[in-house]
Design a protein around this ligand. Structure first.
Ligand code: ATP
Ligand code: LTN
Length: 333
């Protein structure tokens, strides 16, 4: 049988960025031809940050448009919105009841994000976020979850919860594995190449956005922080800036880092950055244009998402009813 894949992305910003694209989304597209793929816009997870309703609505639609633009094909993949399938919340609660408080407290994403905003501004939903994520995944019984490196711990928790449920209540869940491509698992911020490129970075100067204009992205790449020295060589510890640009260039061109290095022997950072800017913007230009095109027809987007939700719901509700039965909950007669 074809193996199943599930992944999700938060609609928390106006645009996805190059880290999202190379770290996760490009794998989403590739897996469509070999796997039975489910992709979810996790709008409920986006409620863990401050909500501006008009903006959230816009960002959910922009997320769908960008996913279609990068090549997610609704004929091959089930593309849907998390809040359209209530089983996610229902199974999320079950997982909250089998997760230890200490265990949840060890999640580094929670620790980092709550530390940044302080206890008073940290919502409980941020704490229970990984249990909802486990539900997103396990409802669909996938073998693989394509994500970036920062999600490894959440996928580990998901595996633990699946195994725990199975051993206590009977074999219900497939235990999934993270699908993380080493070379692009962590794309760094262009201005701060020791931090990951992130939608919630304080400044977007080092974040290459899919929906940004090619001119803006060229400017960001040309002003990327580089390191002392002038050789274009990969050395993550001493040359994080150049190494990050090499990883980006290699991921997009499909060439090895060594062969790219060879091209720049005797040349400087300036030539290299110019070429990186070109290859990145030429890759993103058609994606941006296609996304803007999809955004012109909101109803068509809603129709695709509605059909996706219908297909997702059929799988999710089946899993949920097996879960409830295994727990001893009575079916409504
Ligand atoms: P935030 O940083 O605000 O939490 P994000 O930019 O990490 O948001 P998510 O929606 O959390 O975006 O992530 C979507 C997917 O992109 C996840 O699979 C995540 O692992 C991956 N990803 C995010 N940033 C990077 C990055 N810099 N490099 C590689 N993969 C990344
Ligand atoms: N926490 C994830 C988003 C996410 C997700 C998922 C990823 C929510 N549910 C299910 C994979 C599978 C993140 O990228 N920050």
């Amino acid at each position: 049988m074809t193996e199943r894949v599930l992944s999700g992305i938060q609609p928390t910003h106006d645009s996805f960025h190059l880290g999202n694209y190379l770290g996760a989304l490009r794998q989403w597209v590739e897996l469509q031809s070999t796997h039975d793929t489910y992709y979810c816009i996790v709008d409920l997870h986006a409620l863990t940050v401050e909500v501006d309703p008009a903006l959230l609505r816009k960002r959910i639609l922009a997320s769908a448009a960008q996913l279609l633009a990068i090549g997610i094909d609704p004929k091959k993949s089930t593309l849907f919105i998390q809040s359209h399938v209530p089983a996610h919340n229902q199974l999320g609660w079950v997982f909250e009841c089998i997760t230890g408080f200490g265990e949840a407290n060890r999640m580094t994403q929670f620790k980092d994000k709550s530390q940044k905003s302080g206890t008073d501004r940290t919502v409980v939903g941020l704490f229970t976020y990984p249990m909802l994520q486990a539900a997103d995944i396990l409802l669909y019984q996938p073998e693989l979850v394509p994500v970036g490196e920062d999600q490894r711990q959440h996928i580990e928790l998901t595996r633990d919860l699946a195994q725990r449920f199975n051993s206590r209540f009977g074999e219900v869940f497939t235990v999934p594995g993270a699908h993380i491509l080493k070379s692009t698992a962590k794309i760094m911020d262009l201005q701060e190449p020791t931090s990951k490129m992130s939608k919630s970075a304080t400044s977007l100067a080092g974040v290459i956005e899919l929906l940004d204009t090619p001119e803006a992205n060229v400017k960001k790449i040309k002003s990327a922080v580089t390191d002392t020295g002038r050789d274009v060589t990969f050395d993550e510890a001493n040359k994080p800036g150049i190494s990050n640009l090499l990883s980006i260039c290699s991921a997009i061109s499909g060439r090895t880092v060594a062969s790219i290095e060879a091209d720049y022997v005797g040349k400087g950072y300036g030539d290299f950055k110019k070429d990186v800017a070109e290859i990145v913007t030429e890759t993103l230009r058609p994606i941006r244009e296609a996304a803007l095109g999809y955004l012109h027809d909101e109803q068509a987007l809603l129709d695709i998402l509605s059909e996706g939700a219908q297909r997702a719901e059929a799988v999710a509700s089946k899993t949920l009813s097996i879960v409830y039965k295994s727990l001893g909950l009575l079916p409504r007669s």
